[in-house]
Design a protein. Structure first.
Length: 194
């Protein structure tokens, strides 16, 4: 298995999602792993000045070239991988801006998806994703869980329809609850990643 591991927590070594992800990363061989920490190495955020780099403009500004190069590299990392392991901690009921920026750069018309007469078609098929989502409260399946549906939709839109979720919930509900949730998430992730 060639894995692309995406970390998106701003908490670095104090991050619960990173702790869960690291339980698998530590067991993978470096030659089967691409690891990207979106918080410690920020990606360019799309703006009105640079978005043309993703739209196939003939002459690109420096800012547009930077965005296009970042997008090309991120898409290549997905193409080289069989499995994506994505850390998606819940911040105010949704994903961190770092992960949203990654999505903005990889969801690219004509490259990772295209529009057909039958609707959109994802072009990154034959891959799977495991999304690890950590939350302070209990949100899975409820009206405040905006991560599960969103990640399922956006990954499916680019062709990754084999998506599984690992949940660590109740992390702000006491040390015992948090510890048990993290341990269970690590075990679930190890099982799914093997």
């Amino acid at each position: 298995m060639k894995a692309l591991v995406l970390k998106s927590s701003i908490l670095g070594p104090y991050s619960s999602s990173n702790a869960v992800i690291n339980s698998v990363v530590d067991e993978l061989s470096p030659d089967t792993l691409i690891e990207r920490d979106l918080a410690s190495t920020p990606l360019p955020v799309l703006t009105g000045d640079n978005v043309g780099g993703l739209r196939g403009a003939d002459e690109l500004t420096d800012a547009q070239q930077q965005v296009q190069q970042a997008s090309d590299q991120l898409i290549e990392e997905i193409q080289q991988s069989d499995t994506l392991v994505i850390a998606a901690p819940m911040y105010n009921f949704t994903i961190p801006v770092q992960l949203k920026t990654w999505i903005d750069l990889v969801a690219r018309a004509g490259v990772t998806f295209r529009y057909t007469e039958n609707g959109p078609e994802g072009l990154l098929q034959g891959k799977r994703a495991i999304v690890v989502t950590t939350r302070g409260g209990m949100h899975k399946g409820g009206s405040t869980d905006h991560i599960t549906g969103y990640m399922q939709t956006v990954l499916g839109f680019i062709g990754i329809t084999d998506v599984e979720f690992v949940y660590a919930e109740g992390l702000a509900m006491g040390e015992d609850t948090a510890s048990q949730a993290i341990d269970e998430a690590k075990q679930t992730l190890k099982r799914l990643a093997s």
